[in-house]
Design a protein around this ligand. Structure first.
Ligand code: NAD
Ligand code: GLY
Length: 360
C-alpha cells in the first residue's frame, strides 16, 4: 500500500492507495468519529461492495442509503434522501458518513456531510478511476443545478481517502477511459515527466496492468494534493485542475448528462485547450497531435461530432465558475506540462476553435 498525505494543517488527511484495502478494517475505523456510521452508495455499487464495507464496521451502528445511479440524480433532491436517512436514524453531530462509489456519490455525500448539522465527519471510498484520481481528493463537494453543473456546493475535506484499485475490476471500459482523461490532465497541466510516462505506458494501462494503475493513481493524487495544499479554496493555482473543464462543462450542459461522460467531455475540452494554445503561438502542431494521439489511445472522444452548434457551445461556456465580469477565463498550455489561467485571447480565436470542433 502507498500512503500520501494531503497537507492542510489541522485538516490534513491520508490517501491510502493499493489492492485489497477493503479487507483492512482499521484503515477505515481509525478515522471514524462517534458510533454512528452512514454508508452512502448507489444502486450499482451497493450489490458489489456494500456488504464488504459493512463487514468492516461491526463495532459501529451502521445505516445505509442507496441513491439512484446517474449524473442526472446529482441534485439537491437526491441529497435530501441522505438527510432523510440521517434524521430518520437520529444521527447526531458526532456521526461519520462514508461515500462508497464514483464521483457522483462522493460529491453528494461530501455536500451532505458539509451541511448536516453544519458539518460532520466523512470518508471517501472512491470506486471509479475518475473518483480515485480526482473527485475524492481535495474537498470539493456539491450538486448540479438545472442551469449549470456543480453550481451548488461547499469545500469540505474528508478524514481519509481509501483507494482500493481492485474495485476497478468491475468498472466497464467506457468509464475506465473516462477516468483516464483526468489522469492525462495531470500530465498536461503540470507534469511533463508523467505525460511521457503515460505516452510510453498507455497500451498497458488500457490493458489494466495493476502496477501501472497504482503508480498512475498515486502520481495523480500526489500532483493534486500538492496543488490543493497550496490553494485549498481555489483563489489561484487550483484553477489549473480545471484544464479542459470550461469546454467540457459546456458539452455536458448542452447535451444533457450521460451523452458524454464527464471524463469524455474533458477529453474534448483538453484538446480544444491545446488547439487554442496552438493558435496563440504556444503549442506546436506536433504537440497538439501528441495530445490527440494520447486521448485516442485511451479510447476517448476528440470532437463533439456535430452534436452541438458553435453558437450553443459558446453560450454554454458562459455558465462557468471561472467566468468573471463576462470574460471567460481558460486554462491553456504554454507547453505540454505547463498550464496557466488566462483571458488574454481574442474572441475570434476561441470562436474558430469552437467552430472546428463543432463541425460534423
Ligand atoms: P459516476 O459516479 O457516475 O460513476 C460512473 C458509473 O460507474 C456509475 O454508473 C457508477 O454507479 C458506476 N460505478 C462506480 N464504481 C463502480 C465499480 N467499481 N464497478 C462498476 N461500476 C461502478 O461518475 P465518475 O466518473 O466517478 O464521477 C463523475 C462526477 O465526479 C461528476 O459529477 C463530476 O462533476 C465529479 N467530479 C468532481 C470532482 C471534485 O473535485 N469533487 C472532480 C472531478 C469530477
Ligand atoms: N477537479 C478540480 C478540483 O478539484 O479542483
Amino acid at each position: 500500500m502507498k500512503t500520501l498525505n494531503l497537507d492542510l494543517g489541522e485538516k490534513s488527511y491520508p490517501i491510502y492507495i493499493g489492492q485489497e484495502l477493503l479487507n483492512q478494517a482499521q484503515l477505515l475505523t481509525r478515522h471514524i468519529t462517534g458510533k454512528q456510521v452512514m454508508i452512502v452508495t448507489n444502486t450499482t455499487v451497493a450489490p458489489l461492495y456494500l456488504a464488504k464495507v459493512k463487514s468492516l464496521l461491526a463495532s459501529f451502528t451502521v445505516a445505509e442509503v442507496i441513491l439512484p445511479d446517474g449524473e442526472q440524480y446529482k441534485t439537491l433532491e437526491t441529497v435530501n434522501l441522505i438527510f432523510d436517512a440521517l434524521l430518520e436514524n437520529r444521527f447526531d453531530r458526532s456521526c461519520t458518513l462514508i461515500a462508497l462509489g464514483g464521483g457522483v456519490v462522493g460529491d453528494m455525500t461530501g455536500y451532505a456531510s458539509a451541511s448536516y448539522q453544519r458539518g460532520v465527519n466523512f470518508i471517501q471510498i472512491p470506486t471509479t478511476l475518475l473518483s480515485q484520481v480526482d473527485s475524492s481528493v481535495g474537498g470539493k463537494t456539491g450538486v448540479n443545478h438545472p442551469l449549470g453543473k456543480n453550481m451548488i456546493g461547499a469545500f469540505h475535506q474528508p478524514k481519509c481517502v481509501v483507494i482500493d484499485v481492485d474495485t476497478l475490476d468491475t468498472l466497464d471500459d467506457r468509464q475506465y477511459s473516462a477516468g483516464m482523461a483526468e489522469v492525462i490532465k495531470y500530465g498536461l497541466l503540470g507534469n511533463a515527466d508523467f505525460l511521457d510516462y503515460l505516452q510510453n505506458n498507455m497500451a498497458n494501462l488500457m490493458a489494466r496492468d495493476k502496477v501501472l494503475i497504482i503508480q498512475s493513481v498515486y502520481q495523480s493524487c500526489f500532483d493534486k494534493a500538492e496543488i490543493v495544499a497550496q490553494d485549498e479554496l481555489e483563489s489561484g493555482k487550483r484553477a489549473l485542475l480545471n484544464l479542459g473543464h470550461t469546454f467540457g462543462h459546456a458539452i455536458e450542459n448542452t447535451l444533457g448528462y450521460g451523452v458524454f461522460l464527464h471524463g469524455e467531455a474533458i477529453s474534448v475540452g483538453m484538446l480544444m485547450a491545446a488547439e487554442l494554445s496552438h493558435r496563440l503561438g504556444d503549442l506546436t502542431t506536433q504537440e497538439v497531435l501528441q495530445v490527440k494521439d494520447l486521448l485516442e489511445k485511451s479510447n476517448l472522444p476528440i470532437s463533439v461530432n456535430g452534436k452541438i452548434s458553435a453558437l450553443e457551445f459558446l453560450s454554454a461556456m458562459r455558465v462557468d465558475k471561472k467566468v468573471i465580469d463576462g470574460r471567460i477565463r481558460l486554462i491553456l498550455m504554454k507547453k505540454l506540462g505547463q498550464s496557466y489561467i488566462t483571458d488574454n485571447y481574442k474572441k475570434e480565436q476561441l470562436e474558430q476553435v469552437i467552430g472546428d470542433f463543432c463541425e460534423s
